[in-house]
Design a protein around this ligand. Structure first.
Ligand SMILES: Cc1cc2nc3c(=O)[nH]c(=O)nc-3n(C[C@H](O)[C@H](O)[C@H](O)COP(=O)(O)O)c2cc1C
Ligand code: SF4
Ligand code: SF4
Length: 301
């Protein structure tokens, strides 16, 4: 049996959802797939030499990968013999700069001896800026399920679908990375809790992938190691956390994936041929990928 591993970083669960869907789809293709959730403490990640293929997934943060995600890749042992890898990243929108976010990841993977087959963007609900309508969130989940099948098929056939990234975009990325990574160090300690709302349940601490939350006098205290993943903010049951400078654009209250998928009353055609304005770019993304998905479905029918 072929063995695969997927290393992923997630804050609010979108990338985990994508990783689990890809795991299911790969297993249907005859792989035995292991998932590795990247979080602190940085315990030794499984050695990719023990797997036939490795997948890497991350959420896009200000057009870049999270620092912890890149750190784990750099800490992996070099491959003894060259092997294939695949990359996927989740993001709230199909803005073109998102397409260059993997620059540093691709370079790090190449240095480890990987040949990267693909770098796939998967649209998932926004966990910052503003909350997406349930119908759009559902459409995203269903589309990611289909994309997972497509990814698994390409992985199984070792199909190369990698993109080319232009150097000027890389420069823009580096600027945003500086703002995001070092901005997190400044903004992290500005997180604070509204004591009159907090019920001291410690959910925030359990979810934090960066071990950035300790408790003092019964209330959360935030340090400088924040990944800006928004898990604590989104999952706090009392909307008690104020994430410093980005408080006005926080999204509180998780999207319930199982409810969205099970509730037949919730439509999943929020983006459709009539879509205009801000969401028009989403339509292009869906139309392009739906075409490829359809040809795969016809092929396997
Ligand atoms: C600090 C931060 C920055 C983000 N930057 C971007 C971005 O540049 N482009 C984008 O499309 N989405 C952006 N997002 C949205 C996330 O990429 C998206 O919601 C992702 O699916 C979250 O994945 P997770 O639930 O696995 O953490 C950002 C989210 C956060 C918290
Ligand atoms: S999750 Fe919210 S309510 Fe629970 S301890 Fe953290 S801040 Fe307080
Ligand atoms: S403090 Fe909150 S936003 Fe920062 S890494 Fe932890 S869970 Fe994520």
């Amino acid at each position: 049996m072929k063995k695969a591993i997927i290393y992923y970083f997630t804050g609010t669960g979108n990338t985990r959802y994508a990783a689990e869907e890809i795991q299911k789809a790969l297993n249907e293709k005859g792989f035995e797939t292991t998932l590795f959730d990247i979080r602190k403490p940085l315990i030794d990640a499984p050695d990719p030499n023990h797997f036939d293929i490795s997948g890497f997934g991350y959420p896009i943060h200000a057009f870049n990968p999270p620092q912890l995600f890149l750190k784990i890749i750099k800490s992996l042992p070099r491959l003894h013999t060259p092997k294939n890898a695949f990359l996927f990243r989740t993001a709230g929108e199909p803005f073109f700069l998102n397409n260059a976010s993997s620059w540093s990841v691709l370079r790090a993977l190449k240095q480890k001896g990987f040949s990267v087959l693909m770098d796939q963007l998967l649209l998932m609900p926004y966990n910052i800026l503003f909350r997406y309508d349930d119908r759009l969130a559902k459409q995203m989940l269903l589309h990611t399920q289909k994309m997972a099948k497509l990814i698994a098929d390409d992985v199984d056939k070792s199909k190369m679908t990698k993109r080319i990234i232009y150097p000027w975009i890389w420069l823009v990325m580096m600027i945003f990375r500086g703002i995001q990574w070092y901005g997190a160090k400044i903004n992290g300690p500005l997180f604070h809790v509204k004591k009159d709302k907090c019920i001291q349940c410690k959910t925030c601490q359990k979810l934090c992938p960066s071990e950035n939350i300790t408790f003092k006098d019964g209330y959360p205290k935030f340090s400088i190691d924040c990944s800006m993943c928004m898990a604590c903010v989104m999952y706090c049951p009392k909307d008690a956390i104020r994430p410093g400078l980005i408080t006005p654009i926080r999204v509180n209250g998780s999207y319930s994936f199982s409810k969205l998928l099970q509730d037949e009353e919730i439509a999943s055609d929020f983006i459709n041929s009539e879509t205009k304005g801000y969401f028009k770019g989403f339509l292009d993304y869906y139309e392009k990928t739906e075409e490829i998905i359809q040809s795969l479905e016809e092929e396997s029918a």
